[in-house]
Design a binder for this molecule. Structure first.
Ligand code: GDP
Length: 335
């Protein structure tokens, strides 16, 4: 049905709170079919002036750290305060045609059933790069649709956290206590991008260990170079299961926004992310265009073969290929 609607009608329905149209518009935005590109572009152009109100929060952590339990607790807390909450759940293990993260029915069932919540699983196909391109646009749609808080959840594997940190205003890392896990974060450079580290499962026999971990992480965070000079990253404990420490977490988020909004830093972060994304996409597109041009591809392969056979130095080869591309560009671009 959405294919027969105009971008104006679609945006109007989204602004009215039509969830079915919102979900379909998200599918159009995620679509790799060229037939959807025009409509996706028109929808995005129309909503851009309307966005900017929602808080964009990233939550990452190893499988089993308690991300979905925490999102339920935090989500329901925010809903009880009259807010509307969306979750974009990026699942690195599934592909578009494969299983979805929500196939596991135990995930976020309370939020799923609440009218003030909206959950969108996004399969990343094991590679976040392609997903984060679209995830940014899904955040814009949810913002326009009136959600006050948009969570982007990722499983903490490899580089995905770092990429997600660039999509959100505030990035939380969910840690388990003990087992040297806390130092793993430092090694992978994840702590540098965290605005808040949450040590979950601070309950029962685990409480003391969680508090020890919290102190270690606090000390480590003081030593690290801050991500923003205006914000000292914090370490908090919580029990998502027992609903303990949830309000503390949100108080810290509120404090972050109060600080960053009052000095104009939030707008600067978002602008920097938008421009960074724009530059990255242009670079990717240009490189793809170059490599997909038949004679450039052939010239590149021939030159590469000469490098492999040691008949041309790599330095000379770079110059030769670059000059060839430059010539092609100037001869083909209309003056
Ligand atoms: P995810 O894979 O990070 O989304 O983790 P889940 O939210 O699915 O939680 C993994 C397991 O940890 C589940 O069995 C939860 O019940 C349990 N869990 C989550 N939060 C807590 C907590 O605060 N305390 C305890 N003791 N268990 C928890």
């Amino acid at each position: 049905m959405i294919n027969t609607m105009s971008a104006d009608d679609i945006v109007e329905e989204i602004l009215k709170g039509n969830r079915a149209i919102l979900a379909k518009a998200m599918t159009v935005i995620e679509s790799t079919h060229t037939k959807h590109h025009k409509l996706a572009g028109e929808i995005l152009d129309k909503i851009m002036p309307l966005i900017g109100k929602a808080k964009r929060i990233g939550i990452s952590g190893a499988p089993g750290a308690g991300k979905s339990t925490l999102l339920e607790a935090l989500g329901m807390y925010l809903i009880s305060k009259g807010l509307k909450v969306a979750v974009i759940a990026i699942d690195p293990s599934s592909r578009i045609s494969g299983g979805s993260i929500l196939a596991d029915k135990t995930r976020m069932t309370t939020l799923l059933g609440d009218y003030n919540a909206f959950i969108r699983p996004v399969p990343s196909g094991g590679h976040l790069g392609g997903t984060s391109r679209r995830t940014r646009e899904l955040i814009f749609l949810l913002d326009a649709a009136g959600f006050d808080v948009i969570f982007v959840e990722t499983v903490g594997v490899g580089q995905s956290e770092i990429e997600v940190a660039d999509l959100v205003d505030f990035f939380c890392l969910l840690q388990l206590s003990g087992a040297g896990d806390e130092l793993q974060g430092i090694k992978k450079g994840i702590m540098e991008v965290a605005d808040l580290i949450i040590i979950n499962k601070c309950d029962g026999d685990n409480k003391i260990m969680a508090e020890i971990t919290q102190n270690m992480l606090k000390n480590a965070l003081y030593i690290l170079k801050p991500k923003h000079s205006e914000w000292q990253a914090q370490a908090l404990t919580c029990s998502a299961k027992d609903n303990i420490g949830i309000q503390n977490i949100w108080d810290v988020v509120d404090m972050f926004y109060a600080t960053m909004e009052s000095n104009g830093k939030l707008a600067a972060i978002r602008k920097e992310q938008d421009i960074g994304w724009f530059k990255q996409q242009i670079e990717e597109n240009v490189i793809n265009m170059i490599y997909n041009t038949q004679d450039i591809k052939e010239f590149y392969s021939r030159t590469r073969a000469r490098v492999e056979s040691n008949t041309l130095s790599p330095r000379h080869a770079v110059e030769t290929v670059s000059q060839y591309i430059a010539q092609k560009l100037t001869s083909e671009v209309p003056k």
